[in-house]
Design a protein around this ligand. Structure first.
Ligand code: DGJ
Length: 716
């Protein structure tokens, strides 16, 4: 059992393969955190000490203040002045003070109420600790679900109002970790539309540093993933703590360094975009957050997360080959119709594609981005015989069919909005702001979700759809719902996400043979919540290979290649080499979006060869382990490899950035190679001994525009 309770010490110990996590019950009330780090049997006792101005219970001493010791969950207003995990009360003060009541452990895990959560397997175990707050009349259950093999522990909480009063929750941070030091760097991923997940690593400072989204989606601006590491941690060395949130809406990650240099990490639903009222008898279940610890550098943290995401977050079907798609967007934008796309399908088949994905522009009066969202029925000018007949024609050409949808949105110029303006998020008396000419549907209103279900059900009735691309192209402002009373408007952000997840569940249920690619103007919802529903995420609207190299390298810190949808695209103004774009795109799941009707036979032949080659090694990218060799923010090239677990196949990629010095040589050490084996690079036929690969192969940077190197090593 990975979870133990030592009765005499009132101590909980969670052991994973390489880590130990521990806390104890102090004074029969507080849950004091005592250890998280490298696996050990030497667990320190809770640290009690004197701190001036630290309030304490009358029956305890000055050394026993909640402001002093490390905690598992801290409550606003009850003596802990650091940022708190929970702000809840029945009397408007926000003050609560939950004390330990009982606990139990069990195999597996419980489901979260309408929220995505990591899938259990036969080794998963859960600890449930129950606390009570007699004044508010609430019970709080803290959950620790343990994925021991992967060194992952997840946390979420449930508040049950078992009293008689109405209770309001204003802040709910299911993950809280107190670390007794602050000589750490914080890694986070910031960005903007088309420039997602930029790597940032800065030393912690006193005060609170945070990343957050108030946008309704997890956002391009800050990814929910963060990590803390030693100042000198590298890919292979140093202590690293990694954190992530299994949720796709507004969030708050707080990292606070307190008066005496201790660090608190909090992850969850912050006060800005969250409040929740619980009537007597009701309960609230938070989303889940996950954490890992590596004593062996950043690379190990990434591999822990990658394996966890593949095996416990992404749908099992994502372990199988992902289709190589030809997407119509950058080739056609809104200019699509039946004739053109049937020709696309014919050429796509000849070139070796698995699927044609019809992007935006097929429905309502959707000739540009000013109209049509919400009217999810085919545009008869473009598809005169209807959608079903069109899809049959596509499939008759021998490719599968995928279709774009953006269910959460509505254009003011649409039949839906004209019929139901009250179904858009809005605040009474205020003009709703537009973004990309669209408004956001109120997914917290179950009538809206039911309507969408009925509409999609009818539109796609009898049509074999293999793939949905689910987009979301604006963030939320004027967040208010016409169906909630004033004192519940703070719930809209959270209820919205539950409505979205319900609709995802319906799609997966209704189209059991279809898979979903999620998207939010590229990487606007690149998060573990979305990864539960889709087999991959459209990583960025930016398909420029130079920018993509940076984006993909940073994304791989927390997310495996299997999550990244990467297309070779039709460059807008400047035709860069197909080979370079391909070598960048195979860092994730390969696809293309270019006009196959304008393409020379030579280019089509090259693409066929690329697809065939990719299919010979895509399993290594999809299921393999990731090792970074040169991060492109630090070097003028990017280098990394993926390896099968038994190191029998290794894909090594080197992408040169602009301005690389011609003729520079780099030694790239493939340390996982089997020292007793020989490897052949199947691209060149050249053989290397395992020792040679471990010592490092020499790659000469060409320093030319668009140079990249791909090695496909196979054990002889
Ligand atoms: C944004 C997406 O990221 C693009 O790939 C494309 O689907 C457009 N939306 C369509 O409007």
């Amino acid at each position: 059992m990975s979870i133990r309770f030592i009765k005499n010490d009132k101590r909980f110990i969670i052991n994973t393969k390489n880590t130990t996590y521990a806390f104890e019950i102090a004074f029969d009330r507080y849950l004091c955190h005592t250890y998280y780090g490298k696996k050990t049997s030497k667990i320190p006792a809770a640290e009690m000490r004197m701190l001036s101005f630290a309030p304490y219970m009358a029956d305890l001493s000055e050394k026993n203040s909640p402001d002093v010791f490390a905690q598992e969950c801290s409550f606003y207003g009850s003596g802990d002045f650091r940022p708190n995990a929970l702000r809840l009360s029945a009397d408007g003060t926000g003050v609560s003070d939950f004390v330990y009541k009982s606990h139990r452990t069990f195999r597996g895990r419980l489901e979260l109420d309408g929220l995505p959560a990591a899938r259990a397997d036969e080794n998963t175990q859960t600890l449930e600790v129950t606390l009570i707050d007699t004044v508010s009349g609430c019970r709080l259950k803290l959950y620790y679900t343990v994925f021991a093999e992967l060194d992952i522990i997840s946390r979420y909480m449930v508040v049950e109002n078992v009293g008689k009063k109405t209770v309001k929750i204003d802040k709910c941070m299911p993950l809280m970790l107190d670390i007794g030091r602050s000589d750490l760097d914080m890694i986070s991923l910031y960005g903007s539309h088309c420039h997602e997940v930029n790597f940032q690593r800065v030393p912690l400072h006193h005060g609170t540093q945070s990343v957050y989204s108030k946008r309704g989606g997890s956002s391009h601006q800050y990814n929910p993933f963060i990590a803390l590491c030693d100042h000198n941690a590298t890919d292979e060395r140093g202590e690293v703590y990694g954190f992530n949130f299994v949720y796709s809406g507004s969030f708050l990650d707080e990292v606070d360094v307190d008066q005496i240099g201790r660090t608190r990490v909090l992850m969850g639903l912050g006060s800005d975009c969250f409040s929740y009222t619980l009537e007597a008898g009701q309960s609230f279940c938070s989303p889940e957050a996950v954490m890992t610890y590596s004593a062996n550098g950043i690379g190990k943290m990434s591999r822990n997360f990658h394996k966890f995401v593949r095996n416990h977050i992404m749908p099992p079907v994502s372990l199988e080959p992902h289709p190589v798609v030809l997407n119509t967007w950058e080739a056609c934008y809104f200019d699509i119709d039946e004739d053109k796309l049937v020709k696309f399908a014919r050429e796509a088949k000849k070139t070796g594609f698995d699927m044609l994905v019809m992007d935006d522009g097929w429905f309502g009066k959707r000739n540009d981005d000013r109209a049509g969202l919400g009217d999810w029925f085919e545009n008869r000018d473009k598809f005169p015989d209807g959608l079903a007949s069109f899809v049959r024609k596509i499939q008759a050409e021998g490719v599968k069919f995928g279709i774009w949808v953006e269910p959460e949105m509505v254009n003011p110029d649409s039949d839906l909005y004209r019929a139901h303006p009250e179904w858009a998020l809005r605040v009474e008396g205020r003009e709703p702001l537009r973004s990309r000419h669209q408004l956001v549907l109120d997914m917290s209103n179950s009538d809206v979700v039911d309507y969408l279900i009925a509409l999609f059900d009818k539109t796609f009735e009898g049509i074999q759809i293999d793939y949905f691309k689910w987009d979301m192209n604006r963030h939320m402002s004027n967040v208010g719902s016409s169906v909630l009373p004033a004192d519940k408007q703070g719930e809209v952000f959270f209820r919205y996400m539950k409505g979205v997840y319900r609709l995802f569940d319906w799609f997966l249920d209704r189209f059991p043979n279809a898979v979903i690619e999620t998207c939010s103007g590229g990487g606007g919802r690149y998060d573990l919540g979305m990864m539960q529903y889709g087999i991959q995420i459209w990583t960025s609207d930016n398909t420029n290979p130079y920018d993509r190299t940076m984006i993909q390298a940073s994304a791989m810190l927390a997310y495996p290649a299997a999550t990244m949808s990467c297309h070779v695209s039709n460059p807008h103004e400047d035709l860069r080499s197909l080979d370079y774009r391909y070598k960048v795109a195979v860092g994730g799941m390969l696809g293309y979006e270019l006009n196959i009707l304008n393409m020379s036979e030579d280019i089509k032949r090259d693409i066929s060869a690329q697809i065939a080659e990719y299919k010979s090694f895509d399993h290594v990218m999809r299921l393999g382990e990731y090792y970074n060799l040169a991060f492109p923010t630090k070097y003028d090239y990017s280098a990394y490899y993926y390896t099968t677990e038994d190191a029998s196949e290794i894909v090594l990629t080197v992408i040169e950035k602009a301005g690389c010095k011609k003729g520079t040589t780099k030694k790239l050490r493939v340390k996982v190679a089997d020292a007793n084996a020989n490897y052949t690079d199947v691209r060149t036929g050249k053989t290397y001994s395992g020792d040679e690969l471990r010592a490092g192969i020499t790659v000469e940077l060409l320093g030319e525009r668009d140079s990249a190197h791909l090695f496909l090593f196979k054990k002889a």
